[in-house]
Structure formats: C-alpha cells, structure tokens
Ligand binder design. Sequence first.
Ligand SMILES: Cc1cc2nc3c(=O)[nH]c(=O)nc-3n(C[C@H](O)[C@H](O)[C@H](O)COP(=O)(O)OP(=O)(O)OC[C@H]3O[C@@H](n4cnc5c(N)ncnc54)[C@H](O)[C@@H]3O)c2cc1C
Length: 393
Amino acid sequence: MTLASHTPYTTAKGQLSCDLVVVGAGVVGLWIARLARQAGLETLVLEKRSPGAGASGGLLGALMPHMPERWNPKKQFQFEALACLGDEVRKLEDETGMTCGYRRCGRLLPLVKPHHRGLSEERSAQVQTVWHTAESGFMWRLVDAPFTDGWPDAASMPHGLVHETLAARISPRRYLEALRASAADTLIEREGFQRLDAATGAVVTGAGRTIAAGHTIIAAGVESFTLLGAMLSRPSSQLGSAVKGQAALLQADIGDDLPLIFTDGLYVVPHEDGKVAVGSTSETRFADESNTDAQLEALIDSAGTMCPRLRDAPVLERWAGVRPKAVGRDPMIGAVPGHRNATVATGGFKITFGIAHKMAACALEVALDGRCDALPESFRIETHLQKAGLHPG
Ligand SMILES: Cc1cc2nc3c(=O)[nH]c(=O)nc-3n(C[C@H](O)[C@H](O)[C@H](O)COP(=O)(O)OP(=O)(O)OC[C@H]3O[C@@H](n4cnc5c(N)ncnc54)[C@H](O)[C@@H]3O)c2cc1C
C-alpha cells in the first residue's frame, strides 16, 4: 500500500482521496479506523446506515473465553485478545472521556449433568497451563454453592458450578459510541460502499461518488460476504452466512458486580445501572432478521428460572440481529484474491466483541504489509476459500 501521507480528503478536482477506506462502522470497522488513525493514515469510514446498525448495536456484550481443551492458535488469539482488552478499553475511555461499561466480571457455568463435573475438573487442570494462571491470576474453580444466594438458583446447578475469572462484559452500545467518538471525523454515514472501480481501484459509493483510496478494508459484518462474493464472482453463500440472534434487556437491581452466567446457550449478563442482558437465540433459518418472537420469551423465562431475582423483571428492550459466520466458522481476514488494494475482516460470529481490536490490528497489518504472521491459519481468507472448495486464485 502506498501512503498518501496526509493528503487532503478533497483533491483539486473535488474528488475524495485518502489512504484507507474502511467499509462498515461496526465494532470491527471502527477499531480498524481507530488503529489506522493512530498509525497516521488518512482514513474514511463508509457506513451505509449508521454506526451500530449491524450486529454490534446489540445488548449482550459477553466476553467469554473458549474452553481450555484442544488448545489451538485460534483459542490463543482469543485469550491474548481478552487478556489485553481491559487496558485497551481504559485507553479509549481516557481519550474520549466516555465509559464503556467494561468489567472483568468472571463467569459462572452451572454443571447440569453428572459428567460435567469430571469434565470441569479436567478443564481446571488445563486452564493452569493455557491461561498461565501463575502469572495471569485467571482461575477456573469448582464450587458447590451458588456464587451468592440465587445466583444462580441451587436447583439449576445439581452437580456444582464452575467460577472462572477471565470472562468479562462490556456495554456494546457505549463501547461503540466511544469507538465512534475516537474516529469521529473519519465517518461518512448513510453512504455505502458499492464496488471497487476495476480500472483504477477507486471506491465507488452507493451515491455514485468515487473515492481514490490507497486501500479498502471490508468490515461490513454479514454483508461482507455479499461484497466479497461480487469481487470474487461467487455467490455469497459460498463465503459465509448470517446467524440470527435475539436478546433482551431487563431492569433488575441485582448489583452490577456479579459474574455473568452461561449454560446451554443461555447467557445472563449483569450490566451497570441495574440492567441485565439475556440472550441469545441462534437461528440459521429466519424470515425477518430484526423481529423478536416466542423464542426470546422462552429465554427470558429460562433466565427467571435460573436466576429467581430476574423473575418478573421488566423488559426494557427486545432486540435481534445477525452475526457474521464465515464459511470456515472462524473469523475471516486477508487480502481479497485478485484485488491488491482490498482486504476483508469479518466473521467474528459469536466472539467478535472480545477480539475486534486484534482482528483490526491484523487486518491493518495485512493492508500495510501484505501479511500478518499473528493471524491463525484458520482465520486466513485462503483457508476459508479452500474449505469452501474454492481456489484462492
Ligand atoms: C443476539 C446477539 C447477541 C450477541 N452477543 C454477543 C456477545 O455477547 N459477545 C460477542 O462477542 N458477540 C456477540 N454477538 C455477535 C456480535 O454482535 C457480532 O459478531 C459483531 O457485532 C459483528 O461486528 P462487525 O463489525 O463484524 O459487523 P456489524 O456490527 O454487523 O457491522 C457491519 C456494519 O457494516 C455496515 N455495512 C454493511 N454493508 C455496507 C456497505 N455496502 N457499505 C457501508 N457499510 C455497510 C452495516 O450497516 C453495519 O453497520 C451477538 C450477536 C447477536 C445477534
């Protein structure tokens, strides 16, 4: 990538010009913009709706580590990301004067079936090594009583409870607001990326404008697959899919320092100001990506059974969105084959909030240097394309 080193955004002919165009103002795109600015790149973020209009504008904000068994580069990548996120958020808060509702609250995992106990004991030993407990202090311990009365209800943990201390939570919307503030003057809202001009590599927007960009990073969440499909002349379904999720925000003054709880697809995440998020459905077939339905009501009921303090708590908001799931299931990052000035960063699926800062750093490194050695093999776009039976080209 050739740096235009602080060229003005508008050329003498009135055309926009910059080093980097980022497509999409979700958590990944805004992190890329933040890091690009820090690196001194003239950056523009194109957002076809508004920041947070995609999956990042949700309610849950659980930052949960992978299980410690069968440790691999993907799990290591996420571990490192979760371990440093608190510091990154603090820097963002100091810089913007805003708060993101981050807390390393830990996580409770009720043990529902007899074999969960033995499995959790094994995991307790594995964690010592892969989470570097001696240095990091992150622990995984088995306990026989609820964390505190009714959190969770004793009946929901017949074989005990795991309490691990690496998991955290963040307020998705406040985090996004702070990221947006840190990248404010780079953002163009309600004007989407349409395509790259084949001859010049310039960005053509939905409004018909062209932007002379040194490089373009596609971070458009689920819609990245459509954009990428058009660039590779492939159907988007070969590159990734949308998995719908529904969540709710309850009002329940339970204390915002309690650990989040996760069991069998049900998340209960205490946030600040007496708010508790409950989620999430995981739907591969759906008619409407933004409506909520009886599946969410069932989750709210289950949360009330597991945590009696949430029974009858008023529901402040119900929300649904679609998560980007790449064909290889892991995040998809890399130079778009056949397009020397384009990179993609998407597919964070259910763990994006914990790793977006590292996904962004890798995507930027690919854009600037053509490679990123820190990228796990399974995240590379070439790996995804091979899994889909497509030749990377
Ligand atoms: C119910 C639910 C609960 C979840 N809970 C968690 C959780 O607890 N923890 C966690 O880590 N993750 C969670 N996720 C997943 C997480 O929200 C997503 O993986 C993440 O937000 C994806 O971020 P993104 O930046 O890749 O995409 P998005 O946030 O979807 O952002 C993409 C942006 O690109 C814009 N865009 C699209 N096309 C164009 C275009 N052509 N031009 C310009 N802009 C465009 C969109 O408008 C959008 O704003 C949850 C998801 C759901 C649905």
